[in-house]
Design a protein around this ligand. Structure first.
Ligand code: DC
Length: 223
């Protein structure tokens, strides 16, 4: 298979990865992989199956056999639209629980690698640069302070009509960061060769432009 160029964008929740990845992919005309959605879908399916969150073998089985369709911005799980359901804080916590299971991470690995299709892929997640695409020619680690991330998340949820409050969100973000960065399986850490971008106080356009410039410097895409 010919080498497909991949830009990995990793970082904690609320760092703006989703928006930035979508903008970078659109500018380059590349595909996008929202790997967090796969963990959210697995968490959702595990909860629905009622097997609890202490059963990695069965959770991995569920992950391997997810019946998912991505359709015009909608995500269907077993034919049911779960686009909103997988974006709640509860769904984020369930995702974080299954993401801590090495069996689940292994089950989702091939699925994620198969997303690398021409002309290129922007892969958004936590371990895209360290584990899933270690040979990617551009790896970005996008971060921001927990307070700033809580404010952004609050705004995002509000726009979707989901009620929340900033203090609770900041506490949940810290808790999830802690779990994601200290877990044994693929902890959330920048790849050694990652370009670290701290977006606190930076607008989205500047972040996107910084990444596109780094892509051009590496001869990626034509943007
Ligand atoms: O980016 P997100 O908030 O949708 O991710 C949901 C959860 O999944 C989060 O707790 C981290 C985890 N995750 C992961 O461990 N590895 C990835 N590549 C993507 C997400």
């Amino acid at each position: 298979m010919p080498e497909v160029p991949v830009i990995t964008i990793d970082g904690p929740s609320g760092s703006g990865k989703g928006t930035v990845s979508a903008r970078v992919a659109a500018a380059l005309g590349w595909h996008i992989l929202d790997s967090g959605a796969l963990y959210r879908l697995t968490g959702h399916a595990v909860q629905k199956a009622g097997i609890g969150f202490n059963n990695p073998t069965q959770a991995a089985d569920i992950a391997r056999n997810l019946d998912v369709e991505f359709q015009d911005g909608q995500i269907l799980l077993d034919g049911e639209d779960v686009s909103l359901a997988i974006r709640t804080e509860q769904a984020g916590n369930n995702a974080s629980r299954v993401a801590a299971m090495p069996e689940v991470r292994a089950a989702l690995l091939d699925w994620q690698r198969e997303a690398a299709r021409p002309p290129g892929l922007v892969a958004d997640g936590r371990d895209m640069g360290t584990t899933v695409f270690p040979d990617a020619p551009l790896k970005v680690f996008l971060t921001a302070s927990a307070e700033e991330r809580a404010k952004r998340r609050y705004k995002q949820l509000k726009e979707k009509g989901i009620a929340s409050n900033i203090a609770d969100l900041a506490a949940e973000i810290r808790e999830r960061d802690e779990r994601d960065s200290t877990r044994a399986a693929s902890p959330l850490l920048p790849a050694e060769d990652a370009l670290v971008v701290d977006s606190t106080g930076m607008d989205i356009d500047t972040v996107v432009e910084t990444i596109l410039r780094a892509a051009r410097e590496r001869g990626l895409g034509t943007a």
